[in-house]
Design a protein around this ligand. Structure first.
Ligand code: KG4
Ligand code: ZN
Length: 389
């Protein structure tokens, strides 16, 4: 089964084509995988603005789709442009004038590609951004009669660990992990601990009550005068502080470490950094060393709470493995310490391979492969910013 996957929930326009073959021993080939990131644009504004994200997706998606087809060897021109679907398409893309124009210019020139289903992220995320992907998927489905599958973005992050490092083609299965698993989902918009009993069988055990872990990284980075996205920047400074090996003079709280549940709160931690900076006389007054130390202490605090709660959940639910997903799983310190701590109790930790921790369409394609198709008119194809697993 060949799947086209579409992801536009936040600031990456991502498309992928997966080809799953076999029955008992299934193989998944990644025939194309493209990401157009808006990070440079959002960096200049210090964060992601939904309307801006939407516009960028609308501009990027058609050219990116053509490139994706070419990569997968599925791009073929028609002998005669087919405009018969124009009236239907105009209705479907009524709210996407910019995309409609690009669509009408390009899509009638190509032959229907050999694609069996289209998987599209319907939530959670930025609602205007989600709509671009959904409307594009619907338009393709309408024109070529290809069935659609709605995908929950968080399920994509859960399943992202199925892709082994560097593999363009891999055995589709749980490979390096086993169910029941505890999934730690840490991104810019979410922080959740999920019990994964199997594919499609999820139970959220806890979540953040305010800011997500990645959001806290981004906000603290901003306070320290570092660019967006803040996670990698904080991580870089923290590593410098660790290698300098200085005694630590700065202490930040570990919010909800002893709360006896699986919830988190990172907004107070962010405020603690704010007060600390104020007490030190402001950002201009502090040395580079102190900045690095704040980054380190902040990163340690986030890691402490994430790791402790993940391990307690694994023990309580007798998990056979721990899996991690979302942008913050690219954090080296988190990966190192979680792997070490889990190893001490005999549990393996599987992290997404490079490039698949942040938003991508491979993970959406995997979720789409295991998901169910729904009619184009279904309510499942309404963008839901707060969709939960
Ligand atoms: O999953 P993702 O790409 O987008 C959302 O769905 O939110 O996650 C982006 C988040 C950002 O907040 C970014 O700062 C954070 O992941 N991030 C990191 C690292 N790399 C990215 N946080 C901590 N350490 C990192 N190395
Ligand atoms: Zn994400």
């Amino acid at each position: 089964m060949r799947i086209l996957a579409i992801e536009t929930s936040c600031d990456e326009t991502a498309l992928a084509i997966l080809n799953v073959s076999g029955f008992f021993k299934r193989t998944c080939a990644v025939e194309a995988h493209l990401v157009a990131s808006q990070i440079d644009l959002h960096r200049t504004y210090g964060g992601v603005f939904p309307a801006m994200a939407k516009r960028e997706h609308s501009r990027a998606i058609v050219p990116l789709f053509l490139e994706t087809l070419k990569k997968a060897g599925l791009h073929a021109p028609t002998e005669q442009d087919d405009f018969s679907f124009e009236p239907k398409l105009r209705a479907a893309l009524e709210r996407e004038p910019e995309m409609l124009e690009l669509f009408l210019r390009e899509i009638p020139k190509i032959k229907k590609p050999d694609i069996d289903r289209i998987a599209v992220t319907v939530g959670p995320g930025l609602t205007p951004a989600l709509w671009v992907g959904i409307n594009f998927a619907k338009a393709l489905s309408l024109v070529w009669g290809i069935p659609l599958v709605p995908v929950n973005h968080m399920e994509g992050h859960v399943l992202s660990v199925m892709v082994p490092p560097g593999a363009e083609s891999f055995r589709l299965g749980t490979g390096s992990f086993a169910f029941p698993a505890i999934s730690l989902l840490v991104s810019g918009g979410h922080t959740e601990i999920v019990l994964v009993k199997g594919i499609g069988r999820y139970k959220i055990l806890g979540a953040t009550l305010d800011d997500a872990a990645g959001e806290a990284f981004d906000k603290v980075a901003r306070m320290l005068g570092l660019p967006y996205p803040g996670g990698p920047e904080i991580s870089r400074l923290a590593a410098l502080s660790r290698s300098a090996g200085r005694e630590r003079a700065i202490k930040l709280p570990r919010p909800m470490l002893h709360s006896h549940d699986f919830n988190f709160s990172f907004s107070g931690l962010k405020t603690s950094v704010l007060y600390l900076l104020r007490d030190l006389g402001g950002l201009e007054k502090i040395s580079d060393e102190t900045k690095m130390e704040i980054a380190r202490e902040f990163e340690d605090s986030v890691c402490d709470v994430l790791i402790k709660k993940t391990l307690v959940a694994a023990k309580k639910y007798k998990a056979k493995s721990i899996i991690v997903g979302g942008g913050v799983s690219a954090n080296r310190e988190l990966a190192r310490r979680l792997t070490e701590a889990a190893g001490e109790v005999g549990l393996s930790v599987t992290l997404p391979t490079k490039g698949l921790s942040t938003d991508n369409a491979i993970m959406i394609g995997l979720a789409g492969y295991f998901g169910k198709t729904a009619p184009l008119t279904s309510e499942k194809f309404i963008a839901r910013g707060n969709l939960s697993l």
